[in-house]
Design a protein around this ligand. Structure first.
Ligand code: TXA
Ligand code: MG
Length: 354
């Protein structure tokens, strides 16, 4: 099925059995140096030929992305990995064995043929094998490693449905493959394997606990929890405004009862100033808040479900015209570390600790 949105072609794909004609249409655009948005198991990506600086330039142009922020290269098999990186150390082998295909990006030394346009000038490259039939089939059909950041305008929440891609990039890109909603809902974990012990630069779909179990020693970059904002981030993408809906976001964090009390106080304060207030909270506290818009992100007891809906819920506030969104924090265990990282960044550092 095909539709046209502001000049962008949208091709519907059967996720379990992607149609050859859909894959071929998208692969052709990529081989000819264009960009295509496609689903992965984390978020939608905006893909281009990773071996062409010119093609990759179109990604930065469509997204409005700063050119020093490197892209992740997506591969479909081991042979493509070897076309992109110059060394696969034993620790990488263990992680690949355990977590690929899946939401884990490995930062490794790049080969000379990967253009600096992909890596933001770095000698390393982030690479992953996505766990999604459409993404894998597209990379195979293109016959090339595919560079792909999340398919949002720079600074906006990452897209977890084709509609989100069209909201941000409709009319700016030629083609979107619509594969329905993504599963994980947050981006891949990025881990730097060029240093010992390895360092998690961005928490994501594979948790710190899972990685520690697989390889033992692993560190988390200071930039992840935003505590040391002054430190130069090693993952260049961590320094920019990110995941921001149109309204101002304030994250409230601490023990549940204290959070709830603080949020109720803040609602009154903002309403007295005449502001429209949105609340994003756990299902458990939904009934506690008298604000203009209350949206739940799911049960605090099921953080995987919270992750899968997080960006969609942030985007949904755009349609309600609120001035400020107050968000309940979650514990930083498991996928909670990635959820809190995204919420802190959506809040641009406006975190109220109670
Ligand atoms: O799940 C994902 O990772 C999604 C899907 C589409 O695969 N992609 C994604 O890409 O989130 P992007 O460009 O939005 O985020 C890439 C992150 C950025 O924080 C970037 O700085 C970091 O990975 N990164 C990429 N290459 C790097 C490198 N060589 N060294 C350090 N950080 C790197
Ligand atoms: Mg992104």
């Amino acid at each position: 099925m095909e539709r046209l949105v502001q000049g962008t072609r949208v091709l519907q794909a059967d996720v379990a059995h992607p149609e050859p004609e859909v894959l071929e249409a998208a692969a052709k655009v990529i081989r000819e140096g264009g960009v295509v948005a496609f689903p992965t198991e984390t978020v939608y990506g905006l893909g281009a030929d990773a071996t062409s600086a010119e093609a990759v330039g179109r990604i930065f142009e469509a997204k409005g992305r700063p050119s020093d922020n490197p892209l992740i290269v997506h591969v479909a098999d081991r042979e493509q990995l070897d076309q992109v990186v110059s060394l696969v150390p034993p620790v990488a082998e263990r992680l690949i064995e355990r977590f690929w295909p899946g939401p884990l990006t490995l930062v490794l030394p790049k080969v000379a043929s990967v253009p600096h346009a992909v890596t933001g000038g770095l000698e390393t490259v982030g690479v992953r094998m996505p766990d999604h039939p459409v993404a894998l089939a597209l990379i195979r059909a293109a016959g090339l490693p595919v560079a792909a950041p999340s398919a949002n305008r720079s600074g906006r929440p990452s897209p977890t449905a084709a509609e989100h891609v069209l909201e941000d990039l409709g009319g700016r890109i030629p083609l979107v493959i619509d594969g329905g909603e993504t599963g994980v809902g947050l981006e891949s974990t990025v881990i730097d394997l060029t240093i010992d012990p390895p360092v998690i630069l961005r928490p994501g779909g594979i948790t710190l606990e899972e990685i520690a179990e697989a390889i033992g020693a692993v560190e988390v970059a200071a930039s992840v929890d935003g505590a040391e904002a002054g430190e130069a981030p090693r993952s260049p993408g961590m320094k920019y405004v990110h995941y921001a809906p149109k309204a101002r976001v304030i994250l409230v964090d601490g023990p549940v009862l204290h959070m709830q009390e603080k949020i109720r106080d803040l609602i009154l304060e903002f309403q007295e100033e005449g502001r429209r207030v949105g609340i994003m909270c756990g299902a458990e506290s939904r009934g506690l808040y008298l604000a203009q818009v209350v949206m739940e992100y799911g049960s605090r007891g099921d953080l995987a479900a919270v992750a899968s809906d997080l960006f969609g819920t942030l985007r949904a506030f755009d349609r309600h015209g609120v001035d400020v969104i107050l968000v309940e924090g979650v514990p930083t265990t498991g996928i909670g570390l990635a959820i809190m990282n995204r919420l802190r960044r959506a809040a641009g550092g406006q975190v109220v600790q109670v």
